[in-house]
Design a protein around this ligand. Structure first.
Ligand SMILES: Nc1ncnc2c1ncn2[C@@H]1O[C@H](COP(=O)(O)OP(=O)(O)OP(=O)(O)O)[C@@H](O)[C@H]1O
Ligand SMILES: [Mg+2]
Length: 425
């Protein structure tokens, strides 16, 4: 304004007019304000721009950090399927360096016998303009080892509907596939085993029937003979009769076990059940130089349960005990009424015993230390006992033996007498 006044009054020698002076002053003030404001605005804009540039840089760094550190392989291919981007997991996953893999076709890394199927799924997805596809494939690592991967692909198309490229991830599923294969194999073996068992069971039932009939006639004829026999022969015949009784018992047990039975909870005398099991397995035990001893506090101890299922438990426990004593010995089966109205059963063997790591695993399905075991025996025992609300405890000393104790709630020990009718007609 001063420069303007100087030129106007002293150089151009114009006279002082306050309107013109005011107008020019306002004009200059406005121009000053406008230029200043513009300068400030552009300064702000430059600041904001550099800040957002920094943010973009940080974001990019974070993205790279995530991409390079996740365990999955992340890839990007062009329309021909050539790798344009791969993260570091690729090197760990395949053993190939990033440098030698980039710009190579992805199919190159898939096993030959899988390539055809992979291409088929991919082509079908592309022809139907499907955007997402998921496939499992096996591939060979650089060191020749085979592994399994699960690939999730996002297919990108251009505006003409042509494939523009893909992005996706690959996860290592080798362990999962191996576990599945193992499980499948195990199931197959189990199916074969159970098939064998049921055939054996059916055969046993058939044989038991066949043997029972002639046995009944033998028994009958021998009884006729006994009437006319002398004392010595009678004595021998008594032994024959007791042996026939044992054969009959074994046969009826076999028939019960082979036949699938419905579960019925009844009041049962567990002493009788244990006695039957001991007699049934004694023949088998003798072969291994083992004696099954029984010690029952009373002749009758009642609990509520399904007799056939409980027999299965006891047979499994005694079978395990026999198998634990390759050099023979004694197995003790005890039954007694204990405090809190419980019936306690004891199965004690003098076998090899169990180390802590075996004890920890006892009851896990399929856990076995035997070459021919299924590892289901004890699991079944636990399930049946749980259904009977029974407690089972085990004590085992390596080289000394094992003791299983099972506690059932005792049932009414005396059967209730039926009420006498009040009036008899
Ligand atoms: N009385 C015992 N003494 C020593 N080890 C035992 C005894 N009972 C069970 N075991 C151990 O526990 C494992 C699992 O027993 P389980 O009865 O479940 O299966 P298994 O006997 O191996 O096979 P299966 O019963 O199908 O023939 C056995 O392999 C054995 O190592
Ligand atoms: Mg067993």
């Amino acid at each position: 304004m001063i420069v303007w006044d100087f030129i106007y009054h002293f150089v151009l020698d114009y006279s002082f007019t306050w309107q013109v002076d005011l107008l020019f002053s306002a004009l200059i003030l406005f121009m000053g304000y406008y230029t200043g404001k513009n300068y400030d605005d552009s300064n702000e804009a430059v600041k904001a721009l550099s800040k957002s540039e920094e943010q973009v840089k940080n974001l990019n760094e974070e993205l790279q950090l995530v991409l390079q550190n996740i365990s999955e392989v992340v890839f990007h291919t062009d329309s021909k399927g050539e790798f344009q981007f791969l993260n570091h997991s690729w090197e760990e996953f395949t053993g190939y360096k990033l440098k030698e893999s980039l710009h190579k076709n992805a199919l190159h890394f898939i096993s030959l016998h899988e390539r055809h199927e992979f291409l088929r799924v991919l082509r079908r997805s592309i022809s139907q303009r499907i955007e997402k596809a998921k496939m499992d494939f096996s591939f060979q690592m650089r060191n020749g080892q085979f592994r399994w991967g699960e690939v999730n692909i996002k297919l990108n198309y251009d505006e003409n509907g042509k494939l523009a490229g893909t992005v996706g991830t690959i996860s290592d599923i080798t362990e999962r596939v191996h576990n599945e294969e193992e499980l499948l194999e195990m199931n197959e073996t189990l199916a074969i085993e159970s098939q064998k068992l049921s055939v054996a069971g059916q055969l046993a039932a058939g044989i038991a029937h066949e043997v029972r009939n002639p046995l009944t006639s033998i028994n009958g004829f021998l009884q006729l003979l006994r009437d006319d026999a002398d004392e010595k022969t009678k004595e021998y015949l008594e032994i024959v009769f007791s042996e026939i009784k044992r054969i009959e018992l074994v046969l009826s047990e076999l028939l019960i076990l082979a036949k699938p039975q419905s579960v019925t909870y009844k009041r049962i005398n567990i002493v009788e059940t244990l006695d039957h099991v001991a007699k049934l397995l004694n023949t088998n035990a003798i072969l291994y130089n083992i004696e099954i001893q029984t010690s029952f506090e009373q002749e009758e101890l009642y609990i509520r349960g399904d007799e056939n299922q409980l027999k299965q438990v006891f047979i499994n426990l005694v079978k395990n005990a026999i198998e634990a004593m390759p050099h023979g010995g004694n197995i003790l089966i005890k039954a007694e009424l204990t405090d809190f109205n419980k019936v306690e059963l004891i199965f004690k063997d003098e076998g090899v015993g169990m180390e802590k790591h075996i004890l920890d695993k006892l009851g896990e399905p399929f856990f076995t230390t035997k070459t021919k075991g299924t590892g289901l025996g004890f699991t079944i025992c636990l399930r049946i006992l749980r259904d009977h609300s029974a407690d089972i405890n085990v004590q085992s000393e390596q080289g000394e033996g094992t003791t299983f104790s099972i506690k059932f709630d005792a049932a009414q020990q005396q059967e209730r007498k039926k009420r006498e009718p009040l009036y008899s007609l």
